[in-house]
Design a protein around this ligand. Structure first.
Ligand code: ADP
Length: 720
């Protein structure tokens, strides 16, 4: 572990201790050196002084050539224990005296040198001339031991060492105590940073303890954390957003294809795979142009060019290449993809498969054309009423049929209702009201009426159509076609007139015939002529049948002319049913009719006409079921209505025939009932009479099983 890796705490202490010890060592060394040199200097000057004194004292001894005196003078050096050797030389250089007495002469210098003292390895030595009044007498040699100096230096060094050690211990303790002011905030910073990096929690903050650089560092660190935290939140939000986006892209029903600026495909969602059949691994990395058929290349180029243009881009209808052929029709939108700085980095293709829609449009266009041709050929006029906005649209032909100019606006009240013949207006408007608001006939509309042009021209038209309702049963649209039937109507009127005249003319002789038959029958009964009774009874029944037929014809003629006269009165419906059934039973030998229910209730209706309805239903039940089969009629109370029904077990009616059964002159064309005579006006009359009573005839039937005809009339008041 290098110094760089040592913890801050130890680094601070280490640096403090190292610096202090270095300073102390330098001071100590300087002090020792100073000591050494000053010591040397003082030793030298001491020896010089001693030399001068001894030299002056010994001049007499040499002058008088007394070695003994010379030795005594030298012996005085005993007082200075550091002087280890001394000698006196004569002017000729001969040894004159020495100190100590036993000093080995060999240890003395071989030659006499100039005056002055020099340091040798372990001692200080030198010569001093001995003179007397400028007369050179000889030389004094002195040698001093340096151990004193060495001892002094060793002492100083040891003291210094102890001092250094003591100061270092103090410095250690002090730095240990003080270092925390620097290291603690750093360590806290480090702890916070480590916590954040380990836990990833950016919400923790370091405590700022001082206003120095470390305090500033802590504040900056915290600020950086704030920024990081908010950036992190942004990134998190952006990540979530992009995850959501990715999910949307993947689950989108549209193909979403991402490209870079070079036009290379970089993303390819599931719908792209579904619509274009290329798996992602085949498409990604390819140039997007591979999806564009050559016929669409220039359009695609323009779209790419317009990419960066401002404003909304509109989807364009085109085709794209599908793997394996059968290229789909596509609604294509190209959008630029920009980075956060608004720089264009690519583009995306959003492709919606509109093949089915296109195909439907083509079929629709074809159908519309067919319809247009058909309506044109049939000279049909068309109408379209938006019930919610009351906006009415008529085509040219429809306007023609109402005598309206092509450029004129039309509306329901001021055009349609106004141009209806006054004898038909109430009827037609009532039928339409019932269609729209009571949903009569399931919204199916089929009616004949007259239109009157402003010039007074009357036209007979047949209008057919349908009302469309919303899920709450509110009418939305009422559309249909109008056909000019004036010619046919004229024909019909002529026929009706003829029928009316014939019926009328037949009625009088028939009445006469019937009265004669009855007179004859009573006579035969008196005469007990069985054959005559039988023949006349049959003739009477047939006459009744004929009377009822003629009655129907006359009724029909009146209906056609709109001259039917409804006289309403209160009566008990079940009584009428029972009477009619009884009469029918009397006349029929093949069937007997049973009345199963006779719930009581008064109705407000035309008794004769409702009687005619019942006769028709009962005679049909007998006509169209084999002899002996059960026929049940009844009158059942359901809420505030009475339901009247006639049920047989006869041949039944196919669903297809049921649709047309209540039309004029409609007869079922069927082998089984070929032999049964009729004109196909009975049920038409039934249905028309019931319409005048705000009711309608209904039917439940199954072939071979039988039929039930029924209708409802509103109860006037509770039966007594
Ligand atoms: P008609 O009986 O004179 O032919 P209607 O208008 O009374 O005329 O009846 C029309 C047609 O409806 C009949 O031709 C017959 O085929 C069918 N029809 C009427 N009532 C019944 C019934 N109860 N069972 C089977 N078919 C019936």
């Amino acid at each position: 572990m290098g110094f760089k890796d040592v913890p801050v705490k130890q680094k601070i202490m280490g640096i403090t201790l190292l610096t202090s010890s270095l300073v102390l060592v330098v001071i100590a060394l300087s002090y020792i050196l100073l000591e050494y040199y000053s010591f040397k200097k003082s030793e030298k000057s001491n020896l010089q002084t001693v030399g001068l004194i001894i030299a002056s004292n010994s001049s007499a001894a040499i002058a008088f050539d007394s070695p003994h005196d010379g030795a005594e003078i030298l012996a005085a050096l005993r007082a200075n224990k550091y002087i280890t050797a001394a000698a006196l030389y004569t002017a000729e250089g001969k040894l004159f005296a020495r100190y100590p007495d036993d000093l080995n002469t060999n240890s003395l210098p071989k030659t006499i040198s100039e005056d002055g003292y020099q340091f040798k390895d372990e001692y200080l030595e030198g010569f001093q001339s001995i003179r007397q009044k400028n007369l050179y007498l000889g030389k004094l040699y002195l040698r001093a031991d340096l151990t004193r100096m060495q001892q002094q230096i060793v002492l100083t060094a040891t003291t210094s060492l102890f001092l250094i050690a003591a100061v270092l211990i103090l410095a250690f303790l002090l730095s240990r105590f003080l270092q925390k002011y620097i290291s603690r905030p750093i360590l806290e910073l480090e702890k916070t940073a480590r916590f954040i990096s380990e836990k990833g929690d950016l919400s923790v903050r370091a405590v700022q303890r001082s206003g120095d650089e470390i305090g500033t560092l802590t504040r900056s660190f915290n600020m950086m954390l704030d920024q990081l935290d908010s950036k992190n939140l942004e990134i998190h939000a952006a990540n979530e957003e992009s995850l959501k986006l990715a999910a949307i892209v993947e689950s989108s029903g549209d193909a979403i294809i991402g490209c870079n600026l070079e036009g290379e495909i970089i993303t390819w969602n599931q719908s792209a795979e579904r619509i274009l059949r290329y798996p992602a691994e085949e498409a990604i990395g390819q140039k997007v142009e591979f999806l564009v058929p050559s016929s669409e290349a220039s359009l695609f180029k323009t779209m790419i060019k317009d990419l960066d243009a401002s404003g909304g881009r509109k989807p364009v209808e085109t085709i794209l290449v599908r793997k394996g052929g059968n290229n789909p029709d596509i609604s294509l939108t190209l959008s630029p993809v920009k980075n956060s700085h608004g720089v264009l980095v690519g583009f995306s293709l959003i492709a919606r498969d509109i093949s089915i829609q296109k195909q439907n449009e083509r079929i629709l266009a074809e159908n519309e054309e067919h319809l247009r041709l058909a309506t044109q050929a049939a000279e049909l006029g068309t109408f379209d009423l938006d019930v919610r906005t009351a906006r009415l649209v008529w085509d040219k032909r429809c306007k023609e049929l109402f005598g309206v100019e092509d450029q004129d606006e039309v509306d329901y009240d001021n055009t349609f209702a106004k141009h209806l013949h006054e004898d038909d207006r109430d009827r037609v408007l009532k039928v339409i009201d019932n269609l729209l608001y009571n949903r009569f006939n399931n919204g199916d509309y089929d009616i004949e009426y007259r239109t009157v042009s402003p010039a007074g021209k009357v036209r007979w038209v047949r209008a057919m159509g349908k009302v469309f309702f919303d899920e709450y049963g509110k009418p939305l649209r009422f559309i249909g076609a109008v056909l000019d039937i004036s010619e046919k109507k004229k024909e019909e009127i002529r026929k009706n007139d003829f029928i009316a005249i014939v019926s009328h003319e037949l009625k009088t002789p028939l009445t006469t015939m019937k009265s004669f038959v009855q007179i004859l029958l009573s006579k035969a009964k008196i005469a007990a002529d069985e054959f005559a009774i039988n023949a006349l009874s049959r003739t009477d029944a047939q006459t009744n049948k004929m009377t009822s037929m003629i009655k129907d014809f006359l009724q029909l003629a009146k209906l056609e002319e709109g001259k039917i006269n409804i006289v309403k009165g209160e009566f008990a419906l079940c009584d009428l049913l029972q009477d009619t059934v009884a009469e029918a039973n009397l006349l029929s030998s093949s069937h007997s009719i049973e009345v199963a229910h006779s719930d009581r209730g008064l109705v407000l209706a035309d008794r004769d006409k409702i009687g005619q309805v019942l006769i028709n239903l009962l005679s049909n039940a007998m006509k169209y079921s084999p002899a002996g089969k059960k026929i049940v009629a009844g009158c059942i109370r359901e809420a505030d209505h009475l339901k009247v029904f006639v049920k047989d077990e006869g041949v039944g009616i196919s669903p297809e025939d049921q649709k047309h059964l209540f039309k004029r002159f409609y007869r079922v064309d069927n082998e089984k009932i070929k032999h049964i005579s009729g004109f196909g006006i009975g049920l038409y009359l039934v249905s028309e009479i019931l319409k005048y009573h705000d009711s309608e005839i209904r039917l439940e039937s199954e072939e071979e099983k039988g039929s039930t005809f029924f209708f409802y009339l509103k109860i006037q008041e509770s039966p007594h």
